[in-house]
Write a protein that binds this ligand. Structure first.
Ligand SMILES: [Fe+2]
Length: 315
C-alpha cells in the first residue's frame, strides 16, 4: 500500500557538519494522497456511497503511525457536499491519525466548487460549501484562508501547495505565489522541492484527462511548466484521478531522463505523481500508453516520501 521512492544524492560537502546533524536527528517521513472520503464499517448512513476503501487507508495509516511524521490530504477530503454530518463522520474516522501527527489539507473541487462563487470551475461539486467548511475545519498557513494556497517547510522538504480551484494562470495572484514559493527556497536547507495540487496540473493518463487530449487539466502544464523547470521542482504530486501514476522526469511532454528507479544528479525535469487513490472509487486509465508514463497502478494507496542524504566522509 505504501510507496517509497526518492533517494536524492545531494552533494553538500560545504555543509558537512549540519548535514551530519540532520542525518542523526532528523528523518522526515511524509505521507501524501488525495481523494479519501469516509465510510461506515457496517455500511449504514451513507450519503456518498463510494468511499469504502477509505477505511482501509485509515487502518493502514493508524498501523504505520509510528513511522509517519506528517500527512497531506490534497483535496477531495471527505465528499461531504454540504452535509455537516459527513464532515463529523470523516473527522471521527481520521481522529486517531489527525490527533497524532500534523494533518495538512489542500482544496479540491469537492471542497470549493460552486457556480458564481468565485471558484475557477463552475461545477457544483462542493454542494454549496464553497470551501468554508474545509477552511474552518482545518488549519493551513495561508495569508487568506479563502485562497487555499500555502508554503510550508518540513525538514529537508519545501512544499508549495497550490489551490487548483482558484485560477493559477500567469498574471494571477496565485501564479505569483507559486513562483515566490519555488524561487525563495534555500536548497541547502531544503534540497527537496515538492509541488502539491489537487487537480492534475501536470501529467495524467486517466481516461477523463486523456479524452480531453491534454492529458492533464487544460492549461495546467502550459501555465506552470516553465516555473517547475526554472526552479528545478523535484516532484509534483496530485489527486483528483483516483489511482496511482508516476512519470519520468519530464519537461514539455518529453522525458529528460530515462532512468526509472534510482536518480542521481540533475534530472532536468520534474517527476509527476498522481496519488488520488486515498479511498474514493477508482478511475480508469486510458488504453493507450504515453512515453512519459513510467508506472500506472489501478489501486488504492498513498505516497510516502523519505529523504536520505548520503554524506561524504570528512578527509
Ligand atoms: Fe477532485
Amino acid at each position: 500500500m505504501e510507496r517509497m521512492f526518492g533517494v536524492k544524492n545531494t552533494s553538500l560537502e560545504h555543509l558537512l557538519i549540519p548535514v551530519k546533524i540532520l542525518v542523526k536527528n532528523s528523518l522526515q517521513r511524509v505521507v501524501i494522497f488525495g481523494d479519501m472520503g469516509k465510510a461506515e464499517v457496517d455500511g449504514s448512513n451513507e450519503y456518498n456511497d463510494f468511499q469504502h476503501a477509505s477505511l482501509n487507508t485509515t487502518k493502514q495509516l493508524i498501523r504505520d503511525l509510528n513511522n509517519i511524521d506528517l500527512i497531506f490530504l490534497i483535496g477531495d477530503i471527505c465528499y461531504a457536499n454540504g452535509y455537516l454530518s459527513q464532515w463529523d463522520q470523516f473527522t471521527a474516522q481520521v481522529e486517531p491519525i489527525a490527533s497524532a501527527v500534523p494533518f495538512m489539507v489542500a482544496s479540491g473541487n469537492h471542497e470549493r466548487d460552486w457556480p458564481g462563487s468565485g471558484s475557477f470551475y463552475e461545477d457544483k461539486d462542493s454542494g454549496g460549501e464553497c470551501g468554508v467548511v474545509a477552511e474552518t475545519m482545518f488549519y493551513v498557513p495561508t495569508e487568506n484562508r479563502a485562497k487555499f494556497w500555502y508554503s510550508t517547510d518540513y525538514g529537508m522538504f519545501r512544499f508549495c501547495v497550490a489551490d487548483t480551484e482558484h485560477d493559477w494562470r500567469e498574471g494571477t495572484e496565485q501564479y505569483e505565489f507559486i513562483e515566490h514559493c519555488l524561487a525563495s527556497v534555500d536548497r541547502q536547507k531544503q534540497p527537496w522541492l515538492i509541488f502539491l495540487a489537487h487537480r492534475v496540473l501536470g501529467y495524467s493518463s486517466a481516461t477523463f484527462y486523456a479524452d480531453t487530449g491534454s492529458f492533464g487539466e487544460p492549461m495546467g502544464r502550459e501555465s506552470l511548466q516553465k516555473l517547475w523547470q526554472k526552479y528545478k521542482v523535484d516532484i509534483a504530486i496530485y489527486g483528483h484521478a483516483h489511482h496511482y501514476e508516476r512519470t519520468c522526469p519530464v519537461y514539455q511532454n518529453i522525458c529528460t531522463n530515462k532512468e526509472k528507479q534510482h536518480y542521481t544528479g540533475p534530472m532536468n525535469g520534474t517527476i509527476h505523481v498522481v496519488a488520488g487513490g486515498g479511498g474514493a472509487a477508482l478511475a480508469e486509465f486510458a488504453a493507450l500508453n504515453v512515453t512519459w508514463s513510467f508506472f500506472k497502478d489501478y489501486d488504492f494507496g498513498f505516497v510516502k516520501l523519505t529523504p536520505i542524504i548520503r554524506i561524504q566522509e570528512e578527509q
